[in-house]
Structure formats: structure tokens, C-alpha cells
Write a protein that binds this ligand. Structure first.
Ligand SMILES: C[S@@+](CC[C@H](N)C(=O)[O-])C[C@H]1O[C@@H](n2cnc3c(N)ncnc32)[C@H](O)[C@@H]1O
Ligand SMILES: C[S@@+](CC[C@H](N)C(=O)[O-])C[C@H]1O[C@@H](n2cnc3c(N)ncnc32)[C@H](O)[C@@H]1O
Ligand code: SF4
Length: 465
């Protein structure tokens, strides 16, 4: 299948995959020079800001909290996440103490700042979402979820009354009793890693569950968290045909609740799948086959009421994942646990409108991270103050993944604290060309990809940043 053939030599046709991992791992190019006359925007926002007092500006910032559980029973053949084989005695290794210490430190500071930024303060936050991800958090003891949530409640300035609390679960850990126990602790959303409904693919992926186990787990999850269950699937595996994916996706849609994450397989270097197939290019789906699968995914999901709100994320009945959405909109999130990353803002106490965005990355090794938390109160290995250009670029990388919302100029201004018009950080000549080519849409409110553009979003970003 061909689309945008006149651009195909310039733009890679591979759709972007498993959301933030790809986006965060990349070094963003520096902004190109400004070629575009700037429309006058942001005046209303500036007027409001100049009227607002410090106490108004101090109102609570929205926040997501990501908590990483680093163990799995077995590493799946495709997975390159920061995970380790489950030790014989898991309970001994996942004590809540280091997690509670790191949560406390993140909320109450002091900020992890170099000499230049001393004097900045940690904002007051309202927690909008908590995400227990991994690894396989469904292997953790119930007390771990309970104590992490208690630590958030006791140290955050406020927890939203509609807070979304998600747990990632592996189908083989799911029982009705476990789901009820999670719900009783305040969990209200479940993300189930089903991955495939084809037995041979589950074997290829080295999953430890069958199709039946995944289907049953999805049924139980829908009973306990109606309308709040997300299922993860991966397409684009070796030797998969478009027809096979059509059949499988039809079954997926039959068992789905209201949220699906449909990821194109990323061949991660260092994984067994990569090693096994690196020398067999003939077994890999071609770019055209992948493009066809991508469009089939959108069309079939749409025919069953699902809206593609992000490259790999589909929802119906308003079941958008708040936590994921907050990353893409550029809001702050804490990264708690081994290898977790976060984005936080530090504020100037004499002018709370001024903020610096900071990247944090925790120590990946669980025992080293744990020892650091117990010693220093946190296991952050690296914290980097982002330049204005970096934070605007990142907000655009994330924002463009959202089909309808796209990059909202004012929101980017708000979350990055950018003092100039954010469009000054983009090559607007390139934007105009891509608009003319039917890949982007631009208005005074936003920049967004068309359907055609979303399929090549990574290549568009290289052109406009
Ligand atoms: C890190 S896993 C955690 C979920 C849970 N451990 C499980 O596997 O059921 C989160 C999701 O990332 C996706 N994922 C991981 N590696 C991937 C890859 N190489 N390509 C595409 N998706 C991937 C899978 O769909 C997986 O469910
Ligand atoms: C792989 S996605 C799966 C989303 C899932 N299908 C859902 O809708 O709930 C898991 C979420 O955890 C976040 N995440 C994964 N690893 C992370 C890490 N090391 N640090 C911070 N956030 C992480 C991702 O950005 C994303 O928001
Ligand atoms: S169970 Fe999930 S996190 Fe663990 S290796 Fe498999 S895909 Fe990765």
C-alpha cells in the first residue's frame, strides 16, 4: 500500500510505536532558525498572567505518579524494559520502605538542584493519576500497593477525588479475588497484557499464559472494573500477514472493554526476538504490510466505536487513560522505583509563574536503588534541568502523537513555562509544506497530524524540530 508517495523518499513510513519509551529515548534536534512570521498569540494568556498574583499562580499543579515494579517471572522475547527475573523470595525484595521514602522526598523536597538553581521550590501538587507499572506489578504483595498509596495520600498536597489508579497485570496472575482486593485498596483501572490471541504468537513471545487464560482474565477484569479495563496487544510480528492480524483484531474487539493499546512490535536490540530474526529479513513484515496493518487497526477499531486518541491508544465511551494522556500533554509526573523516569517543575518562590522543567531518572538496579533510597531518601541517579527549547520540543514530540488534541499552543506554553511564542521553536516553513502535503493541520489553537500524518509522525518531527 502506498501513501504520500511524493514524500516517501523523505519520510520513513513506519508508524511510531510503544509510546513514551521511543519518544523519551531520543535526543531531540536543536531548533532550526525561525523562518515564519509569528502570529500574535498568547496575549490573553500574558494579560491573565500579569493580573495573577503569586497565590493564584500557586494553585496546585496536576500530577501523575508512576511507580515501577521491576520483576517478572521470565523476560518475554521482545521486551527491553527495565525488568529482572523474579527472585525466589519476592516479598523480601519489594519492601515498601524505599518506595515510601522516595515518594516522600519527591513531594516534600528539597529539590535535587545544582548550585545554579538553588532557591527554587517543589510545587504543590494535586495527584490526578497513579500508575503501577513494570515489570509485572501483579506479582507484588497487596501491602505494597496499599503502602505506596498511603504514602502518596500522606505527602501530596491533594489527591484528586477522581484519581485514576491503574495496575498493570499479567493474565496468569489474575484471579477474581485478586482483582477485588485491588479494588478494595483504591485501584480503579486495570491494564492487562494479553499481547496476542494466537497460541503460536504467545509461544514466540515467550508469554507464560494461554489465549484462554488471557480471555478469562479479561472477562473477570471487566466484571470488577467495568469500563476501566485496558488490553495490550502487539501486531507486526515476524511472518504475520494482514489477514491474520484482521482475524485476530476482530477477536480482540469481541473481548475488549473500552480501552485498547495496540502496539506495533518494536524490534529492540538485545532481545531474543531481535537476535533470532536479525538475520531473517524475509520473515519480517515489509513497510507496506506494516502500513496496511496500521490503517486496518484504525479502521476496524473505529468500526467498533473506538477512537484512536494517540498513535497506539484507542478508547470508547470516554475511557481515555488519564495517566498516559497527562504525559502526552506535557504535565508533570513523578517516576518512582528502579529505572523510572519523571518530569517535574521547580518554581521560583518569588515569582511562581517562572518554572524550570527537570528530567529525573532513577537508578535501574533494584538493590542499588533500594540502598540509595534508604540512605539518601531517593534513588534518583540523574536530574537534568531542561532548556526551554528541550522542554518545548518534548511537548511537541508527545503532543503530535495525539490525533485530535495534537499540540495545543497555549498548553505547551503553560506546561513548559516558555516565555516566547512556542512556534518560534519550530521550523514553520516545514510545517507549511507538510500542511500543503496533507500531513499536518495548523490553526491558532493547535498543530496536529492528519490520519495520514500520524502514520509517519516520527519522520514529521525530524522535519519540523
Ligand atoms: C512493559 S509491559 C508491562 C505489562 C506486563 N508486564 C505484561 O507484559 O503483561 C507494558 C506493555 O508494553 C508493550 N511492549 C513491551 N515491549 C514491547 C515491544 N518490544 N514492542 C511493542 N510493545 C511492547 C506490551 O504490550 C506490554 O503489555
Ligand atoms: C507501556 S504503557 C501501557 C499503557 C497501558 N496500555 C494503559 O493504557 O494503561 C505504561 C505507562 O507507564 C509509563 N511508563 C512505563 N515505563 C516507565 C518508566 N520507566 N518511567 C515512567 N513511566 C513509565 C508509560 O509512559 C505509560 O504511561
Ligand atoms: S511480563 Fe511484561 S514487563 Fe515482563 S518481560 Fe514480559 S512484557 Fe516485559
Amino acid at each position: 500500500m502506498q501513501f504520500a508517495p511524493y514524500l516517501s523518499s523523505i519520510l520513513s513510513r513506519r508508524p511510531a510505536r510503544c509510546a513514551t519509551k521511543a519518544a523519551l529515548g531520543r535526543r531531540l534536534p536543536q531548533p532550526s532558525s525561525l523562518h515564519h512570521p509569528l502570529p500574535v498569540i498568547g496575549q490573553e494568556q500574558r494579560r491573565l498572567l500579569s493580573m495573577s498574583t503569586n497565590s493564584e499562580a500557586q494553585s496546585l499543579l496536576p500530577l501523575g505518579v508512576y511507580i515501577h515494579y521491576p520483576y517478572c517471572r521470565h523476560r518475554c522475547s521482545y521486551c527491553a524494559f527495565n525488568v529482572y527475573k523474579l527472585p525466589a523470595e519476592p516479598k523480601a525484595l519489594v519492601s515498601t520502605e524505599p518506595y515510601a521514602a522516595e515518594i516522600k522526598h519527591a513531594f516534600t523536597g528539597p529539590p535535587l538542584m545544582s548550585q545554579d538553581e538553588r532557591g527554587l521550590v517543589v510545587p504543590k501538587y494535586k495527584v490526578k493519576s497513579v500508575y503501577f507499572g513494570g515489570g509485572t506489578p501483579s506479582l507484588a504483595p497487596l501491602s505494597w500497593f496499599k503502602d505506596c498509596l498511603a504514602a502518596i495520600r500522606s505527602h501530596a498536597a491533594q489527591v484528586d477525588e477522581d484519581v485514576e489508579v491503574t495496575v498493570e497485570a499479567n493474565p496468569s496472575d489474575v484471579s477474581k479475588e485478586f482483582l477485588h482486593q485491588l479494588r478494595d485498596l483504591g485501584v480503579n483501572r486495570l491494564s492487562l497484557g494479553a499481547q496476542s490471541l494466537d497460541p503460536a504468537t504467545l509461544r514466540l513471545f515467550e508469554r507464560d499464559h494461554s489465549v484462554e487464560t488471557a480471555t478469562r482474565a479479561a472477562e473477570w477484569a471487566k466484571e470488577v472494573f467495568p469500563g476501566r479495563v485496558s488490553l495490550d496487544f502487539i501486531w507486526g510480528r515476524p511472518q504475520q500477514s494482514v489477514n491474520q492480524w484482521r482475524q485476530e483484531l476482530t477477536q480482540v474487539l469481541d473481548i475488549a472493554d473500552d480501552h485498547l493499546s495496540l502496539y506495533q512490535l518494536t524490534f529492540e536490540r538485545g532481545t531474543r526476538l531481535f537476535r533470532n530474526y536479525a538475520s531473517k529479513p524475509a520473515d519480517m513484515p515489509t513497510e507496506d504490510t506494516l502500513a496496511e496493518m496500521y490503517h486496518l487497526t484504525i479502521d476496524l477499531a473505529r468500526s467498533r466505536g473506538f477512537n484512536q486518541y494517540e498513535v497506539s491508544s484507542f478508547s470508547r465511551n470516554g475511557a481515555v487513560g488519564k495517566h498516559n494522556l497527562a504525559y502526552w500533554q506535557g504535565y508533570d509526573y513523578l517516576g518512582i522505583g528502579p529505572g523510572a523516569h519523571g518530569r517535574v517543575s521547580y518554581l521560583n518562590p518569588t515569582d511562581l509563574r517562572v518554572r524550570r522543567r527537570v528530567k529525573t531518572v532513577c537508578i535501574p538496579s533494584p538493590p542499588t536503588w533500594q540502598a540509595a533510597c534508604l540512605r539518601d531518601g531517593h534513588g534518583v541517579a540523574k536530574h537534568t534541568v531542561m532548556t526551554e527549547a528541550e522542554s518545548v520540543h518534548e511537548a511537541i514530540v508527545f503532543g503530535l502523537r495525539m490525533r485530535e488534541m495534537g499540540v495545543e499552543w497555549e498548553r505547551v506554553q503553560e506546561v513548559t513555562g516558555c516565555e516566547r511564542d512556542v512556534r518560534e521553536h519550530l521550523d514553520m516553513d516545514q510545517v507549511d509544506k507538510l500542511v500543503a502535503g496533507g500531513l499536518l493541520e495548523v490553526s491558532d489553537e493547535r498543530l496536529r497530524c492528519t490520519d495520514k500524518g500520524l502514520a509517519v509522525v516520527d519522520a514529521i518531527l525530524v522535519r519540523i524540530l
